[in-house]
Write a protein that binds this ligand. Sequence first.
Ligand SMILES: CC(C)(COP(=O)(O)OP(=O)(O)OC[C@H]1O[C@@H](n2cnc3c(N)ncnc32)[C@H](O)[C@@H]1OP(=O)(O)O)[C@@H](O)C(=O)NCCC(=O)NCCS
Length: 182
Amino acid sequence: MPSAWSPVHPASPASAALGVRPYAAADLDRLIALFGNSVRTIARRDYTLEQVLAWAPEEIDREGWAMRLAASDTWVATHGDCVAGFTSLQPNGHIDLLYVDPDFQSRGVASMLLRRLDGSAEARGMVRLFTEASITARHFFERRGFQTIEMQTVRRRGQELINYRMERWLAPRRSCDSGRSH
Ligand SMILES: CC(C)(COP(=O)(O)OP(=O)(O)OC[C@H]1O[C@@H](n2cnc3c(N)ncnc32)[C@H](O)[C@@H]1OP(=O)(O)O)[C@@H](O)C(=O)NCCC(=O)NCCS
């Protein structure tokens, strides 16, 4: 198994296009590494070193992650053979994970992943998406129609971290459409 902080994408051709595909068990170690890199590099702008190390520790519960990802609707953003980001949606509408690799920030990766979750949620008849957004991700979710319910403080391995409970209601599904305008 690679170290949790080993490179996720040793080479990515500039000409490759971004895409999204379902998660496969073989992605596990790359997603764990991406998670660590993203938290320690990107979220570090908004949290102390102690806080990011509590959030994304060196020792990762690999089996726990395997079960968590497999039990969710998990999607992987790709760029050629590289993994650019991933997200997971739990059956109750909870967006559990959304992480983008430091080298793929502000290129629309999270937006693309969220669009895929939207489609998936609508297909499953979900009416509400909700999450606990980091300080780093709050703006991203706000720009995509999520509203803040409340700020909260969570404890992770002895550290206190602020995040935001956020939600977005989905449009109710239309059961039929006659195609006629009235
Ligand atoms: C928050 C996070 C997931 C956002 O991911 P991202 O892929 O950079 O997000 P996007 O690129 O889709 O959107 C970010 C901005 O880039 C802009 N953008 C989108 N496509 C773009 C493109 N092709 N080129 C340049 N900018 C683009 C968007 O307009 C957006 O700006 P806006 O929010 O003002 O509208 C990412 O910063 C991250 O991984 N953070 C660290 C981990 C974390 O906190 N995760 C959340 C846990 S709750």
